[in-house]
Design a protein around this ligand. Structure first.
Ligand code: SF4
Length: 328
């Protein structure tokens, strides 16, 4: 199994399929985009499926495809199909910005995808353009509806609030999500942006998000036992059935029950979102390593996993690799 020295077992593999994206969210990358990973460094579909298969053999039961924007990966549907054919079959999810999802959702569902998380930070078209630097709100909303129609449910929506930008939208977003039957979770902004401009003072905290929601909704906490290793703390809204979640990575870290490990699009294994070291699986694989040797590298990486992200540590250093090349 992929166990670390704190007894945490990694069963949830996040696979970044590309570092490219068709949005330019201000809390993630500059308007001009980034220098993308070189093509030859990217894992081929065969290499990617092989590494996932090795991880499934080591106890991974959940696979989440991320990016950049995973829907930009040409072979996405076939990758889902092939990973779905692994035994034991892992549960499969995609975290996407929703653009193009309306079109591909039926094929993803037919390929065996279980459900989706869609990122959406505002319902205001102008504000969307300011935040994402593209006029694509309509496409994101169509993507959400398309995912629900295709049965990729529960459809989860991830929203990041920024002070003075969209922090007045907590309650409107929740009202909308409840009306649509989507499961909304707010995520505290993390120091993972390419510009290294994250500032704790401007981050909207879980406390603040809850305070704005409680002004309009009656929230009842869902018990810890139900939470398990889910990063989101959950509340039942107005007696249910709707719920809302908050992923408070910074102010209420959940590293103690972390079950996640990440594979980047260029074949590097990261034992933590904030890892400062990576294990080069691509290099080993292309040098002829066997599945056993790749598995041993994965296990070694987990054994080196730190207790947590260390954001509050005086010596904290943001990873050099930006979020867009790590994946959610
Ligand atoms: S910061 Fe690292 S250890 Fe903490 S929950 Fe995220 S991936 Fe796990």
């Amino acid at each position: 199994m992929l166990v670390d020295t704190y007894g945490r077992v990694a069963t949830d593999l996040r696979v970044s399929l590309t570092d490219k994206c068709n949005l330019r969210c201000s809390y993630c990358m500059p308007p001009e985009g980034l220098e993308w990973l070189p093509g030859p460094d990217l894992l081929t579909d065969d290499e990617l499926v092989r590494l996932v298969s090795v991880a499934v053999g080591l106890g991974v039961t959940e696979v989440r495809f991320t990016g950049g924007e995973p829907l930009l990966r040409r072979g996405l549907v076939s990758i889902v199909e092939r990973v779905g054919a692994l035994s034991p079959r892992p549960r499969m999810q995609v975290t996407t910005n929703g653009i193009g999802l309306a079109k591909v959702a039926p094929a993803l569902a037919a390929a065996g995808l279980d459900r989706v998380n869609v990122s959406l930070d505002t319902l205001d078209r102008e504000r969307f353009v300011t935040l994402a630097r593209r006029d694509r709100l309509v496409d994101v909303l169509a993507g959400l509806a398309g995912a629900a129609d295709a049965g990729l449910t529960p459809v989860k929506v991830n929203a990041v609030l920024m002070r003075g930008v969209n922090d007045d939208e907590a309650a409107p977003l929740l009202r909308w999500a409840l009306g649509e039957g989507y499961h909304l979770r707010f995520i505290e902004q993390m120091p993972l942006d390419a510009q290294h401009g994250w500032d704790r003072a401007t981050m909207v905290t879980a406390e603040e998000i809850l305070a704005s929601l409680q002004a309009e909704f009656d929230l009842t906490p869902v018990g810890e036992q139900e939470r398990g290793s889910d990063p989101a703390e959950e509340w039942v809204v107005d007696g249910g059935p709707g719920k809302v979640g908050v992923i408070a990575s910074v102010t209420r870290p959940f590293c103690g029950s972390c079950d996640r490990v990440r594979l980047t699009a260029d074949g590097q294994l990261r034992n933590c979102l904030f890892a400062r070291e990576e294990s080069d699986l691509r290099g080993a694989m292309r040098a002829g390593a066997s599945d056993e040797e790749l598995g041993a590298r994965m296990r070694a990486s987990l054994l080196a996993k730190l207790p947590g992200h260390g954001i509050d540590d005086p010596g904290f250093l943001q990873p050099t690799r930006p979020m867009s090349a790590i994946g959610g």
